[in-house]
Design a protein around this ligand. Structure first.
Ligand code: PLP
Length: 357
């Protein structure tokens, strides 16, 4: 907890004394950075949202719809499933937290050593035992590590912070090999991953988690969701209605609906990010960087001749903020969120300066 500047009080439950809380990427409020550190979209929310929020504002004296019928129907239509197959949470972080609460108490959890950092934190918070499976030498996930798992499986696909993918066949094999729930976190799937939606018909232990934070330009709205069998979704609803029935506020529900209804805007933003990603990856490789082949809206890149931390600090000095993950296997790299083409051009220009010094 020290990372958040709090010393524990003497009143804190002793069992939480060792909790190492998640440390989110910096959200600097002082100086204006080119902000490429938390995988947000560089583009504004869908244009229709502003007017819709004004309309909803008039109803803010009332509680929102706890069933989120309209939003769940729209998401169900997107996936070709029914409303009862959809759960919506306050960011996918909340959906994931509910999964740890609902599915891991007796089974435990299994996930990779290098993946979304919150899996470890939720497991610790809920006092769930976890089996942590090391990525291979190329930082790829080893699918065989999850075959026949006794624990509930959590896989980010594409993985973060590497951007690497498992194939549908590999997910299919994992889900078919165990009775435990298999949670596939598709936070980045819209940027070039392959969704495992088609596998839902085959596996009632499979749950897919998605978010509006990355590809839908709504990180500040805090909207995440899950699609899976009625039984799994029912379990998540039991948790939600035992915790906070109004977990997604009215403004966010309205924003999410608008985003889903403007497919052209969504497509244009995702295409722009993919083009900017290809441009930045090419240019960094030409400068001697090792850049992992990314299927997400970020690049995991190791600079030549300096550590990841040094590159991170030098970029920050020049007003470009990226994320560094200290650690034996990740310390060489930084994770660069893909912004607009203009932002990527600045990143490349600043990097050329840094490499010349
Ligand atoms: C960003 C991210 C999330 C959290 O997204 P929110 O919906 O903003 O809570 C979940 N999983 C992964 C892998 C992420 O990168």
């Amino acid at each position: 907890m020290a990372a958040h500047g709090n010393k524990m009080s003497k009143y804190l439950d002793e069992r939480l004394a060792g909790l190492q809380a998640y440390v989110p990427g910096e959200q600097p409020q002082d100086k204006r950075y080119i902000k490429l550190n938390t995988n947000e979209s560089p583009f504004p929310p869908a244009p229709g949202i502003e007017a819709e929020l004004k309309r909803v504002y008039a109803r803010l004296n009332l509680y929102p719809d706890p069933d989120m019928a309209e939003l769940r129907d729209e998401l169900a239509a997107l996936c070709g499933v029914c409303r009862d197959n959809i759960f919506v949470g306050n960011g996918s972080d909340e959906v994931l937290a509910f999964c740890f609460l609902a599915f891991c108490g007796t089974r435990g959890a299994r996930f990779a050593d290098i993946t979304y950092g919150f899996y470890r934190v939720y497991a610790d918070l809920c006092r769930i035992s976890s089996r942590v499976m090391p990525l291979d030498g190329d930082l790829a996930l080893k699918p065989e590590d999850y075959i026949g798992s006794d624990e509930t499986v959590f896989i980010a696909n594409p993985n973060a912070p590497t951007g690497l993918l498992l194939s549908l066949e590999q997910i299919d094999a994992i889900a078919g090999s165990t009775d435990a729930p298999v949670i596939i976190d598709e936070a980045y799937v819209d940027f070039g991953g392959e969704t495992c939606l088609p596998l839902l018909k085959k596996h009632d232990n499979l749950l897919i988690v998605r978010t509006f934070s990355k590809s839908r330009n709504l990180a500040g709205g805090r909207i995440g969701w899950a699609v899976g069998s009625r039984a799994l979704i029912g379990d998540l609803n039991s948790i939600k209605f035992s915790f906070n029935p109004f977990n997604v506020n009215m403004l966010s529900q309205a924003a999410a609906l608008c985003s889903l209804r403007d497919k052209a805007y969504f497509d244009s933003c995702v295409t722009a990010v993919k083009e900017a990603r290809a441009f930045a990856a090419d240019r960094l490789r030409a400068m001697g960087f090792e850049v992992i082949d990314s299927h997400a809206n970020f690049l995991f890149a190791a600079p030549p001749g300096m550590s990841g931390r040094e590159y991170y600090l030098r970029l920050k000095d020049r007003g470009v903020l990226v994320r560094h993950f200290p650690g034996e296997r990740t310390g060489r790299f930084v994770r660069i969120t893909v912004g607009t083409r203009a932002q990527m051009e600045t990143l490349v220009a600043v990097t050329e300066q840094i490499c010349k010094e």
